[in-house]
Design a protein around this ligand. Structure first.
Ligand code: FES
Ligand code: FE2
Length: 423
C-alpha cells in the first residue's frame, strides 16, 4: 500500500466499505461524477476488482498475437496472473497462471512460445490444454495427476478479439454472444488472422481505472488537449449527435454509401445499454487514417480492404477497452487496474501480416499520434485524480451533450457493481 492509499482508507473494514459502496451507488445522482471513495479508497478498489474485474468479461488481446500452437501472452488482472495460449487444435485457451504444486507463476514472460507449460520452480509440466503431464516421481504412487490440471479461465473470441472472465461462473452478460457474432461480421474485412502486432506500448497512469475510462468516453476535452489527434478525428461518434454539423452529415452520407457498396459494415450497433458498441465514423475530410497528417500508416491495406477512406470503426467494451479500426492498421487499447490510484494502459498497433517494417510502415510514425494522445490523457487523468483527492472535491455534473458516453459508463458500472455485490 502506498502513502496515497493509506491516506484514503475511509472505512473501518472491507465489509463496511462494500455496504457503503452499495449505498453510494444507490443514492448517487445520475449524471454526476462519483463520490470520492469510489475513486480512491483501497477497500472500494478491492470491491471493484472482486465485483467487476474478477467477474465480468475483460478484453485480453487479439488472436493474431498468438497465431501458432504454443504461442502465449500473459496479463495481470489485479493479483491474478492470467495466461492466454494457443492450444493444439488451434483454439485459444485461458488459464490462471499459477502452478497447482505450490502456486508459482508458470509463464514469467509477457509473451513467448512453448511446447508445454513448465513451471520454473520444480518443473511440473502441463500441456497446452492445462493437463498435468509430469510431476516428477517424488509425488508418490497415489498422486492424482488428473486432479492437478491448471485452472481454466472462461475465454471467448469474436472478430479476433479475445475476452476472458476469471470467476468460477461464466458471467451472465446480456447480449454478449450477439456482440461477439457482430464482431465476427464487422471485423471480417480485416482478416485478423492475417495481421500482426507491429507496435505495443505500456503506460502507467496514476489514476483510478474509472477515470481512465471516463476520460476516454468523452471528447469534451479533445479541443483543449489533443492537437495531434484532432488532425484526423471528428469529435462526434454518432450521426444522432446533436452537435454534428451539416458538413459532417453530408460526408457521412457520401462515405457510408461507398462503404455500403464495398460491403464494409458500418451501421451503429449497441449492446447491453452501451456496454458494448461498434460504430464506424468518418475521419476528417481527406484523412485516411489516424497518422499525424492523415495519410497512410502502412502501404498494405488490411484484409480485403481497398478503400483507404474507411474512417475509424470504434469498438467499445466496458470495463476495459476501446479500439480504432482503420483501413491500413488498427489500434486496440486495454486498461488494467493496478491499485486505487494507478492503472496500466496498453496500446497495440496491428498491420497486415506481410507488411514489412521500414518499407511498408514506420513504427515511429504509426504510433506517433496515439503516443502523444495517451500521454496527454495520462496527465489529464492524473490531475483529475489529484483534484478528487482534495477535501473540497464533490461530485460534479456531466454535460449530457458532450459527456453522454461517461453517463453510459457510470450507469453500467453502477448497475453491475450493485448487482454483483448483492449476489
Ligand atoms: S510450484 Fe510449480 S512445480 Fe512447484
Ligand atoms: Fe483524450
Amino acid at each position: 500500500m502506498n502513502q496515497n492509499d493509506l491516506l484514503n482508507i475511509t472505512y473501518g473494514s472491507y465489509e463496511s466499505a462494500r455496504e457503503e459502496m452499495d449505498r453510494l451507488l444507490k443514492e448517487r445522482k445520475r449524471n454526476y461524477s462519483l463520490d470520492r471513495p469510489l475513486y480512491n479508497d483501497p477497500h472500494m478498489f478491492r470491491a471493484d476488482m472482486e465485483e467487476i474485474f474478477q467477474k465480468e468479461w475483460l478484453f485480453a488481446g487479439m488472436t493474431s498475437e498468438i497465431p501458432n500452437r504454443g504461442d502465449y501472452f500473459t496479463m495481470e488482472v489485479g493479483q491474478n496472473p492470467v495466461l492466454i495460449v494457443r492450444g493444439p487444435d488451434g483454439e485459444v485457451n485461458a488459464f490462471h497462471n499459477t502452478c497447482r504444486h505450490r502456486g508459482s507463476r508458470i509463464c514469467l514472460e509477457h509473451r513467448g512460445k512453448v511446447a508445454n507449460l513448465v513451471c520454473p520452480y520444480h518443473q511440473w509440466t502441463y500441456d497446452l490444454k492445462g493437463n498435468l503431464l509430469f510431476a516428477g516421481t517424488e509425488m508418490g504412487d497415489e498422486f492424482d495427476m488428473k486432479a492437478h490440471g491448471l485452472k481454466k479461465a472462461h475465454c471467448k473470441t469474436g472478430g479476433g478479439f479475445i475476452f476472458v472472465a476469471l470467476g468460477k461462473q461464466e458471467p451472465e452478460a446480456k447480449e454478449f454472444d450477439e456482440f461477439l457474432a457482430t464482431l465476427d461480421e464487422y471485423m471480417e474485412p480485416y482478416d485478423v488472422d492475417n495481421t500482426k502486432l507491429a507496435v505495443e506500448s505500456n503506460m502507467y497512469e496514476k489514476a483510478n481505472w474509472k477515470l481512465v475510462i471516463e476520460n476516454n468516453r468523452e471528447c469534451y476535452h479533445c479541443a483543449g488537449s489533443h492537437p495531434e489527434l484532432l488532425n484526423t478525428l471528428q469529435e462526434w461518434d454518432d450521426t444522432n449527435d446533436p452537435r454534428a454539423s451539416e458538413e459532417f452529415l453530408a460526408q457521412y452520407a457520401r462515405q457510408s454509401a461507398e462503404w455500403e457498396a464495398e460491403g464494409i459494415p458500418h451501421e451503429h450497433k449497441w449492446f447491453d445499454g452501451g456496454r458494448n458498441r461498434i460504430v464506424r465514423m468518418p475521419l476528417k475530410e481527406g484523412a485516411e487514417v489516424m497518422t499525424i497528417d492523415g495519410s497512410q500508416g502502412c502501404a498494405k491495406t488490411m484484409g480485403r480492404i481497398k478503400n483507404r477512406e474507411l474512417g475509424s470503426m470504434r469498438i467499445l467494451h466496458l470495463p476495459n477497452s476501446w479500439n480504432h479500426m482503420q483501413s491500413d492498421h488498427f489500434i486496440v487499447f486495454r486498461v488494467l487496474p493496478i491499485s486505487a490510484q494507478e492503472s496500466l494502459v496498453t496500446t497495440k498497433w496491428f498491420v497486415h501480416k506481410d507488411a514489412v517494417e521500414g518499407i511498408d510502415y514506420d513504427p515511429a510514425r504509426l504510433r506517433q499520434v496515439w503516443d502523444a494522445t495517451n500521454d496527454q490523457d495520462r496527465v489529464l487523468g492524473e490531475q483529475n485524480q489529484l483534484g478528487i483527492n482534495s477535501m473540497a472535491y464533490q461530485p460534479g455534473p456531466y454535460s449530457e451533450t458532450f459527456e453522454f458516453g461517461v453517463v453510459n459508463f457510470m450507469d453500467w458500472y453502477s448497475e453491475t457493481v450493485q448487482k454483483n455485490l448483492n449476489k
